[in-house]
Every structure is written in structure tokens, then in C-alpha cells.
Write a protein that binds this ligand. Sequence first.
Ligand code: SF4
Ligand code: SF4
Length: 437
Amino acid sequence: MKSPKDMKILQIDITNACVNRCSNCTRFCGHHRKPYFMDFETFKKAVDSYDGWDGMVGIIGGEPTLHPEFEKFCDYLREKRECCPPALAREPIDDMQDFIMQNDMTNPDTKIGLWCSLNNGYYRYFETINDTFYRQYLNDHNNECLHQAILMTRKELGISDEEFIKRRDNCFAQNTWSATITPKGAFFCEIAAHLDMLFNGPGGWPIEKGWYNRTPEEFGEQLQWCEMCGLCLDVPKRVSCDERDDVTPLMLEKLKEINSPKVAKGMYVVLEPSKYDKNNYKSFEGPADYIIAGGNIRTTKENRNYYPRKFEITSADNLINCIKTHNPTDWIVITKNKKQGEKIAQKMKDFVLNPGCLYKINDSLLINVLARSIRDYIKNPDCLNADNIVGYYPCDKVIEVNLPKAVNKFFSVKKDKNRIRINVLGLKISVKRRNHG
Ligand code: SF4
Ligand code: SF4
């Protein structure tokens, strides 16, 4: 086991509300009758408790973007920990999976990260997220990713004290995942934290500076949760989108006692101890076992959550009237020529765009009502100077787009430090760059 101080990432679990109900979820989503939402004071205390710790602090859930104060939380975290905020995803993106892989792999030294399932909230907070987090662990869970059973007691499976302690002390999850903070305190392990939340446990350590310096010898009563956790055992695994949980009979009884909605819906599979043969299963040992199982596909074009939804087309003269009468909820093309506006909408709908940016396309403009630069004016359109929309945006969020070039999906070349990626009629080729140094 590891002291939290030696982990690369320490988390803050801001909510256990989620849009998904994955199998064997580490937050037990679907078993709670009511989700929690961490309050801002607790969040501040949590962020401040990490002052002086050099690793990455993550915001995680559940689905963190469901938290009603998500944006405020991001702003605070960025101010406290990131001296050089990123400016990601300003140019139109034609391949989100590619974008995820590039940004997932880079900047290991960043001090903050986000875990998010690419639902509607990612789009709503697209600007803030990409102005805050270099590291984004994005996964829509609509893939073949495997989740190992958690809700199992080792005693039911006949695992001796001696073997259990050996396995617990080498638990892959505690060794490679994170310690975390929930509204109930700080915990040596994120799974223990959520078992405590689910079964109304005694809570964690006080959220105070240096809590993470505790060593395994000091984990004390929090280790009780390992007794009802399958992650250090050889137990079944299930594709996350199956949605059923693997449980042992005793854990099923415990879930019934707390009136688990997921159990009421029959979304579980019981592992009968009499039929358990540990030789049939093999515990995960690290991320390669569960991420690569899904081919490392985090999202596909079928997930339309982060694509433009709607385009209103108007002239600058009519902008205020358009806002008042049509109450636009997404993109507005400001153009002198309606046909040109329709062409822009048609071309741009298949690109991932940053709602916080203003796109200049020839002599037309593309803006979004969600932009932090203008959203207050959208609520009070009479205060908006329609002749100088560009003036509301910071220069680095005004993006010139060459329409014919941006929409060329037949041939494109992208270069980064290490690779050249060529796309010819959908066939993707990635070539390692020569180092001439
Ligand atoms: S996305 Fe799935 S695994 Fe993640 S918190 Fe939600 S239900 Fe759990
Ligand atoms: S066995 Fe479960 S609760 Fe214990 S350290 Fe491993 S993941 Fe955490």
C-alpha cells in the first residue's frame, strides 16, 4: 500500500450523481437514493489542504459537470494550483478521439485534472474546462472498457486472513489509483471513501493540510472497507455498459437494507460462493488491463453530446431582435448573406467547436450564447453592442477559420513534436518524426 503523499494524483469527489449506471462502478452510482453535491466551503477546504503538495489534484465524480457549482469550483482550482492555464480546443476539432489521446498523454506535470464522461455537461462547460485542465480523462463509457467486481466480501469467498492481508497490501487500485476527499472527509483510497458513503460509515479524516502524509500503518479503521471490496481479489469483470453489478449474497443483503434502487431494478448478478473458483478469474494489475480491453476508445462520432446542436442565422442589424424573439440556445451565425450562413452551419455542424470562442469565417461571425464573454449580454440583449461583438472577446478567443480548409475531411496532415498524422479518405496514418538533433 502507498501513502497518499506518494501517489501521482489525489482526488476531490465533488458529487456521486452521474448520467451513467456502469457495471461495478467505483462510486456505486445507481445504489444511492439521493446523490450528494459537495458544498463550496468543503471544496475550498479540500483544495487548500493540498497546498504544498506537488502532484496532480483531480476533480472527479460521479459526473462532475452535474454539480451546480462546477464552474465556480474550476475557477477556484485553477487560481490556486495552475500558474499557467491552458488554452485548449480553440481551433475546430474534427476528431475528438484523436484530440483526447493527444491531451491525455501530454503535460504530466500539470497540477490539476478532470475526470468526465463526455455528456451534455462537457459541452455546457466546454470553455471553462479547456481553459482550466491540461489533463482531461475523458471516457463516455460507451465502449468495451471492463470493470472489476467490487461489492464482494473475501470471507464469503473463503479467502484466509493471511492471503487476504497479502492481497490487500498489494491492491492494484490503492497502488495505482488515488486517495480522495468526499464531503465526509479524507480517505486513503477512493473505493474505501465510497463504501463509507454508501453504507453510512463513520467518515474520513479531517480535511486539513497534510492529511495525505499518513502512512499505511496509520490507515487504521479505514482498512475495514477492504473486507467488503473485491478489487484486490480474483473476481469477475464485466463490460461497463452492461450496467449490472457483480455481488456476493451478503453484499446483496446490505444493499437491500439501504434500499438500493439498482438492486430494486434487478441490475445485479450474484456470485454464489459455493461455485466460486478463484482460478477462473484474475484481478486487474494496472490500467492496461481495463483501458486497453476497450481498445482505448474514449468516444466516437456517434456521441453527439459535444457537437453543435443548433444554428440561428441573422445579420448584425437584426442580432438583438433575433436574441429577443428566437431565444437562441446554441450557435448564432452573423452574416450579411443568408445563403453563406446556411453553408457555414452545414459545414461546421460536424466539427467540435469551443462555445467560448468567436469564429471569423470570411466576413461572417460564429458565436455561442454559452460564451463567458457574452452570456450576460444575451440575457440583456438591449445592452449588447451588435456592431462590435468581436470587442467582447479576449484576442486569443477570436479564431479565424478558413472554411474550405477546415472542412477538408478527405485529406489532412497534423504535426506534433513526435508524430505526423495523415488522414487520406478516412484512412489514418501516423508516422514517427525523425529527430534531427
Ligand atoms: S461514468 Fe460510470 S463508472 Fe464513472 S461514475 Fe458514472 S456510473 Fe460510475
Ligand atoms: S481492497 Fe478496495 S478498499 Fe481496500 S485498498 Fe483496495 S480498492 Fe481500496
